[in-house]
Design a protein around this ligand. Structure first.
Ligand code: SAM
Ligand code: DTB
Ligand code: SF4
Length: 388
């Protein structure tokens, strides 16, 4: 294992410490302190073979190893609660074969215009009252071309919700570097733009936007100083190799995404994937565990389809290192586990919501003027992590 992972003496030393502490030992209570000294180095040079070996290891060993790595980087009792709102529904020109909002398919979703600011602000307030610390606004657009006034209103929404002390995320399709900079200036915390699957399988799912176009948007987001939220969907008909390929893509990025959503396809009537079988729980668990090991300081977000998993199945995912969820009334066009259901479930398992800006990666990207407004008792859940 060591010889597989090690590429250079420095990396070898770092990885030895990851493995020694991540795999073979029980996690002592004081590890919850996660001081800078105890945080292992991040790695950006995974080979597909290494990721495949981890992914295919015996499932309980895999979960145990992932759970151990998780405890070195995060407080395992904390899960980030994010509420989603679709601020512009349907009528999208893209052909993503899973999506209820594509105008190419006849689905139960009815298209509507960009919402006014006030209902969105109200929804963010309600989310905050219910314990959500991140609010994510989605728009069914390919990109922002020709949407200047709509984009300006979204900038206002971002600034107002950020002013409420919440982390703010948007997912608006492709972005130019300049649009990313404007979102950053408005106070945006994170931008969601998923790779969805491996580069090889991607053309079977979407033909109107290339994998490289997705990577360009992600680069624009990162260059603007916004946290990248980028993950995928399971249950598209992809193979283990494709799930490994997706993790390989994101774990070798110059910076690991701050957040990696793992969506389980919710089959939508009228889409090409309407008859796909719901993904197995063990496939979710393998994907979450492998992502946790390859990207130890990334938030792993148990995303679409979560409500279809039993409480015990969800708990296994949290055990394996998932530490964020979408919670509230709805996802974008499909149901979500409700706040009350989630509150009861979390209290049964001893899980609490993260505070806003609790993650080191998120705090580090905050503009100084915003950082000053963070309350003093908001201690980071992980110290700065070294990069190799
Ligand atoms: N239009 C934007 C875009 O494509 O980037 C933002 C919204 S899009 C709905 C965000 C992500 O939700 C997709 O990339 C996909 O991973 C996930 N998603 C969409 N429909 C889904 C479905 N039916 N089941 C599971 N995940 C889905
Ligand atoms: C992500 O990866 N999952 C969320 C969020 N990012 C925007 C969206 C899930 C959408 C599920 C299908 C729907 O509700 O339409
Ligand atoms: Fe449009 Fe996004 Fe749906 Fe693709 S996933 S069809 S880009 S809304």
């Amino acid at each position: 294992m060591l010889s597989l992972l090690a590429r250079s003496p420095a990396r070898s030393l770092a990885l030895r410490s990851v493995i020694a502490r991540g795999h073979a030992t029980a996690v002592p209570a004081d590890m919850a302190q996660r001081s800078a000294e105890t945080i292992p180095l991040l790695r950006h040079s995974w080979t597909k073979e290494e990721i495949s070996k981890i992914y295919h290891s015996p499932l309980l060993d895999l979960v145990f190893r992932a759970a151990s790595v998780h405890r070195q980087h995060f407080d395992p009792s904390k899960v980030q609660l994010c509420t989603l709102m679709n601020i512009k529904t349907g009528g999208c020109t893209e052909d993503c074969s899973y999506c209820s909002q594509s105008s190419r398919y006849s689905t139960p979703t009815t298209a509507s215009r960009l919402l006014q600011n006030e209902p969105v602000i109200q929804a963010a307030r309600k989310a905050k009252e219910n314990g959500s610390t991140r609010f994510c606004m989605g728009a069914a657009w390919r990109d922002l071309q020709g949407r200047k006034s709509g984009f300006n209103r979204i900038l206002e929404m971002v600034a107002e919700i950020r002013g409420m002390g919440m982390e703010v995320c948007t997912t608006l399709g492709m972005l130019s570097p300049d649009q990313a900079r404007q979102l950053k200036a408005a106070g945006l915390t994170a931008y969601n733009h998923n790779l969805d699957t491996s580069r090889e399988f991607y053309p079977k799912v979407i033909t109107t936007r290339s994998y490289d176009e997705r990577l360009s948007t992600i680069e624009a987001v990162r260059d603007a100083g916004i946290n990248v939220c980028s993950g995928g969907i399971l249950g598209l008909g992809e193979s283990d190799e494709d799930r490994i390929g997706l993790i390989w893509e994101v774990s070798n990025m110059a910076e690991h995404p701050e957040s990696f959503p793992v969506n389980a396809l919710v089959p939508i009537p009228g889409t090409p994937l309407e008859n796909n079988e719901f993904v197995n729980h063990h496939t979710m668990l393998r994907t979450i565990s492998t992502a946790r090991i390859a990207m130890p300081s990334t938030i792993i977000r148990l995303s679409a389809g979560r409500h279809k998993f039993s409480e015990a199945e969800q708990a296994m995912c949290f055990m394996a290192g998932a530490n964020a969820v979408f919670t509230g009334e709805n996802m974008l066009t499909t149901p979500c586990s409700s706040w009350d259901e989630d509150k009861s479930m979390f209290s049964r398992w001893g899980i609490e919501g993260m505070k806003s800006f609790e993650q080191a990666a998120v705090r580090e990207k905050e503009l100084p003027q915003y950082s000053q407004s963070l309350s003093r008792d908001q201690s980071p859940s992980a110290a700065s992590t070294n990069v190799i």
